[in-house]
Write a protein that binds this ligand. Structure first.
Ligand SMILES: Cc1ncc(COP(=O)(O)O)c(C=O)c1O
Length: 396
């Protein structure tokens, strides 16, 4: 085999372990098995029709050229209006950068703010790509183990404890992937104060905003700190994962560097997606999204007690996103001693695919797994029954 010579940064980028589960699930499906997918981190709903129509119309009318690197001005204005309508705060469209997904926004923000030998504070468990983005720019990801006491979120105490002279930013997500937990307003204020006092940057990934339950409407960090950086996306709440469209809000003085980075890294976000997204804020689309949010909440209300009943320990009720991060310590056995083995067993025995904790960091991953309720209620009920049987078999 020819040797390959790649950069250390590329070598160190880790794959998603769930891909192994996915590959095995595909194989089982090819053999005729019925697999219930609860590993998928995207809504099962199609993109709302008005957005699809706007995308098709854009293509038909020749909107196939580049937009400005910072994004289509109309879309930047629409996002600015979204902050006024939804959060009651003023965010000038000049501060908004339209990006290829939240992924593009993360690349811009980490690329602009972190560098070799600088540190980025992250919550562990957390979104796996964040530490890889840090590695990609030669910075050091400082993963801080978080637990149920802080609702799996970084706290001001963590900042105090782990921030040193080389730390440049803290990157958090609320609601979080994989835990679905939300930063309260008080937590945001404390976190923001702690980071500001150290002259650092606070970046909040708000990609799951809109998907919150129990009457909670997560507030944006911009309501607390106009110097914060916000990552957001059309992927999750708006149901547009495949369109590759997100955005970044930065303090105005950082727009010029973001413009230069965007020009060089990807020129612009996809044009047809930007036109399509203009329909995302229409009343009929928002009504449809609200109906979907309600469905997600019902699914969470279904899956959460059922998993607890099965013996999964979920000490904090997830109030957002579409994930349940569950401790499976009580369910592992000598034959299946950790979450990776248990996930594999549940796939093979029960035909239910879930994500092992290993994908989300180093904080006790062998005792955790993530369930995504991105499948309908009937399938969730069936999944729970099948898991119950498989676990029963395991214990007897
Ligand atoms: C917390 C978080 N941030 C960012 C992303 C990337 O999303 P996008 O599809 O907008 O690139 C994801 C995707 O799962 C996520 O969970």
């Amino acid at each position: 085999m020819a040797d390959i010579r790649i950069a250390g940064r590329a070598h160190d980028i880790t794959p998603f372990h769930v891909m192994d589960i996915l590959a095995k699930a595909k194989k089982l499906e090819q053999q005729g098995r019925d697999i219930i997918h609860m590993e998928v981190g995207e809504p099962d709903f199609a993109t709302p029709q008005a957005i699809i129509d706007a995308g098709v119309e854009a293509l038909k009318s020749g909107k196939t050229h580049y937009t400005p690197a910072l994004g289509l001005p109309e879309l930047r204005h629409a996002i600015s209006k979204w902050y006024a309508d939804r959060y009651g705060i003023e965010v000038s469209s000049n501060r908004i950068v339209v990006t290829p997904g939240a992924s593009g926004a993360l690349l811009l923000v980490v690329g602009a703010l972190a560098e070799r030998d600088k540190k980025v504070l992250l919550a562990d468990p957390g979104y796996p790509c964040n530490r890889n983005f840090a590695r990609f720019v030669e910075a050091e990801a400082m993963s801080v183990s978080v637990n149920c006491d802080s609702h799996y979120q970084l706290t001001a105490n963590d900042i105090e404890h782990y921030w040193d002279d080389d730390t440049v930013m803290a990157l958090v997500a609320s609601p979080s992937n994989p835990t679905g937990t939300i930063l309260s307003l008080q937590q945001m204020i404390a976190l923001s104060d702690a980071v500001s006092r150290r002259n650092g940057h606070l970046v909040v990934d708000e990609i799951y905003h809109g998907l919150t339950y129990d009457g909670i409407d997560a507030q944006t960090i911009l309501a607390v700190n106009q110097d914060g950086f916000v990552i957001n996306s059309f992927s999750k709440y708006f149901g547009m994962t495949g369109w590759r469209l997100g955005w970044l809000v930065v303090p105005e003085r950082y727009i010029s560097v973001m413009d230069r980075l965007a020009q060089n890294l990807f020129l612009a976000a996809p044009t047809m997606s930007q036109y399509a997204a203009l329909a995302a804020f229409q009343t009929d689309t928002l009504d449809e999204l609200e109906r979907r949010r309600h469905v997600f909440e019902q699914r969470r209300n279904l899956v959460l007690p059922a998993l607890r009943q099965l013996g999964f320990d979920i000490p904090v009720t997830p109030e957002g996103a579409f994930y349940v991060y569950a401790n499976c310590a009580k369910l592992v056995t000598d034959t299946y001693p950790d979450s990776m083995a248990l996930c594999d067993y549940l796939l093979t025995e029960a035909g239910v695919a879930i994500t092992p904790g290993l994908d989300f960091g180093h904080n006790n991953p062998q005792q955790h797994c993530r369930f995504a309720y991105t499948t309908n209620s009937e399938r969730i009920i069936e999944a729970v029954e099948r898991i119950a049987q498989a676990l029963h078999k395991l214990q007897h």
